[in-house]
Design a protein around this ligand. Structure first.
Ligand code: PMP
Length: 453
């Protein structure tokens, strides 16, 4: 139980380096919000305000906050085996049981699971595995990677190189390894085109890149089913299946980054096969795997890749101390048990559609250019002129202005420049879903009036 006042928390917090923030701006009074408690779909701040968690922590608290079953499973695990590694010849029951469970839920040939502690490291692990795989196949030059503009794959040095370049402005990223294809962003990249025409453009862009770089030099294509932190960008219908076909034709491994989209957020345990008809070679995932109760990620690889890296002459030189930590594995098992026993992914097919539909209804507002996404993964792009799609200047931070108004009205949303992101818990009833939509409408109307739009 928190016993500190807001001032006491923020004084101590002066020593904490926040993530993805202007650290200078955070020094201003009132710039930071301390969250001190959470229950269900709500959190409580240090001033005692109860807020709807419209971003599910960080697109991760899928089964809601404060679930006793997960907390008890973690405690029980720690009481029995607090820590042991999965290095060398060691293993433990929680990691073994979870690996079997994840493999049983993933698409058919993806039967082999490597655990780490973050989505970033899950993606780095995929890159390392594929480089190793190609070395073992006698193809040491096959190391280049295709990613996309608008992608977000994490914050380690390699994952940031896979991410859209805008995220590493002023920092630098691993050079010479990653090539960014066009973002599948119809609203901005292809106004006036049909879905089919835009899909043809994107396919040609991939083929041109393969031709330019050479298939013999490319090991992988990385793609989120829906680009999340790049602005909730949904590709035209058929995109993932088409990209899958091209990668297969050129012996390029398809890595689906399902860090956000798995574990019910789009109405299925995994989105790749069930939503997008695309069975990749590797799925990386994290977040909803434990609903955020413990840090855990998984890199799930096909038998084809596993057979090579587990061959007689191979040595798997990769490992993190906390890979498959018992408490994290126990949390994931309890979390998946909740997702299954409460039928949460199936329920999201209804409640998520209601959420999506109500948010799409905001497109009747003058400042709302596009509402996009799917189920409980939604983005709202604000524009200065709806007809011409004229953007606000990048520093206008209209998403931030709307998020601030929403927070005053009891809802946490996430700003991304002039875009607002909503990725709430998956356990909300219709009334709460309607409350979020109504709060957003009021907040957007207020900012729109302030800006004279
Ligand atoms: N991939 C995607 C699609 C993500 O959204 C994120 C995090 N938002 C990551 C990877 C990185 O995960 P983590 O923050 O756990 O390193």
């Amino acid at each position: 139980m928190n016993k500190l006042t807001t001032d006491e928390i923020l004084t101590k917090d002066a020593h904490l380096i926040q993530s993805f923030a202007n650290l200078h701006a955070l020094k201003q009074a009132d710039a930071r919000t301390a969250i001190v408690a959470a229950e269900g779909a709500h959190v409580t701040d240090s001033e005692g305000n109860r807020l709807i968690d419209g971003i599910g922590g960080l697109w991760c608290v899928n089964v809601g906050h404060g679930r006793r079953e997960i907390i008890d499973a973690i405690t029980e695990q720690l009481n029995t085996l607090d820590y042991y590694s999965t290095f060398y010849n060691f293993t433990h029951p929680a990691a073994a049981e979870l690996a079997e469970k994840v493999a049983s839920l993933a698409p058919a040939p993806l039967n082999n699971v490597y655990f780490a502690n973050s989505g970033s490291v899950a993606n780095d692990t995929a890159v390392r595995m594929l480089h190793h795989y190609n070395n073992l196949r006698g193809k040491p030059e096959k190391k280049q990677i295709l990613s996309r503009m608008g992608a977000y794959h994490g914050s380690t040095h390699m994952a940031m190189a896979l991410t859209t370049p805008g995220y590493s402005t002023g920092w630098g990223a691993v050079e010479g390894l990653v090539h960014h294809l066009k973002a599948p962003h119809k609203y901005r990249e292809a106004p006036g085109m049909s879905d089919a025409e835009f899909l043809a453009v994107l396919e040609q862009d991939m083929l041109d890149a393969i031709h330019r770089i050479g298939a013999d030099n490319i090991c992988a294509f990385f793609a989120e089913p829906i680009q999340g932190a790049g602005g909730v960008i949904t590709a035209p219908p058929g995109y993932h299946a088409a990209m899958r076909r091209i990668t297969r034709e050129h012996d390029i491994m398809y890595v689906a980054d399902e860090v956000v989209t798995a574990w019910g957020r789009l109405g299925h345990m995994f989105a790749s096969e069930d939503v997008y008809d695309c069975v990749p070679d590797i799925i990386t995932t994290a977040k909803g795997l434990t609903s955020g109760y413990q840090p855990l990620s998984a890199t799930i690889i096909s038998d084809e890749i596993y057979d090579v890296i587990s061959g007689p002459d191979a040595m798997f030189l990769h490992g993190m101390t906390y890979s498959g930590h018992p408490a994290a594995a126990a949390a994931a098992l309890a979390n998946i048990e909740i997702l299954e026993s409460e039928g949460i992914p199936a329920r999201v097919q209804t409640t998520g559609k209601l959420f999506e539909g109500l948010l799409r209804g905001l497109e009747d507002m003058d400042m709302v250019g596009e509402v996009r996404g799917s189920h409980f993964m939604m983005g709202i792009e604000f524009v200065r002129n709806k007809d011409t799609r004229e953007e606000f200047p990048a520093d206008a931070n209209v998403g931030g202005l709307v998020a601030k108004e929403a927070q005053k009205r009891g809802l946490i949303a996430r700003a991304l420049g002039n875009i607002l992101i909503l990725s709430p818990t998956l356990i909300m009833d219709d009334a709460l879903i309607r409350e979020i939509a109504a709060t957003l409408r009021e907040s957007i109307a207020k900012v729109s009036a302030d800006l004279g739009i």
